[in-house]
Design a protein around this ligand. Sequence first.
Ligand code: ZN
Length: 247
Amino acid sequence: MLRAARHVVALTGAGVSTPSGIPDFRSADVGLWETSDPMEVASIHAFRENPDRFYRWLRPLATLMRDARPNAAHFALAQLEHAGIIRTVISQNIDGLHQKAGSTRVAEVHGHVREAVCLACYRVTPSESYLARFIADGETPLCPACGGVLKPNATLFGEALPAQALLSATAAARQCDVMLVAGSSLEVAPAADLPHLALEHRARLIIINFGETYLDDRADVLIRGDVADVLPRIVEAIVAPSELRPG
Ligand code: ZN
């Protein structure tokens, strides 16, 4: 199916980043999140009310993300793009690991942590300029221009999704003839809606995920497994060695 398709889009969720040590903050059994409800502390409302509390909650995650390396699933998806099989990766993840693995067309529908925006003057600041200090001292990062509070450019609960990424993701879902869902339980919008949109436009659906999704019955191929195990095996099976990117 992947070889015969003319336009393949991958949709990735937290399951692609958990093998890199980044927890899925919706799964209840992850120690990092036990102290507070992420829905409460990581909402835009809670952020505006108490940014210091948000940043205390974020600090262990920010450390994990800074140190995380792409895993076999990220590299496999990058190889599939390099081989001309995948056109776009739509990701719910904010960690930037697809790009670190070599994917170049990534629609980050929940934003990313490479930048932060000032809530007072809207100036954008790259995260390199404050991340190391924040991880070291835990102080809430402030805008270098006006001293306002910086908010990471990742989408908080209750916040609008980044328009450009959402537009590209929606266009890709409409245009693709195969959608490959990897490591997403398809519970949160827009990830929940995009495969449905693809199906409405007669795309075929491949789902690789540990747990069930609401679209399992509609999938043409359903693989229950670890994406870091399954995706490299797909690359091995369908990509010729000459199409592989060196390294
Ligand atoms: Zn500012």
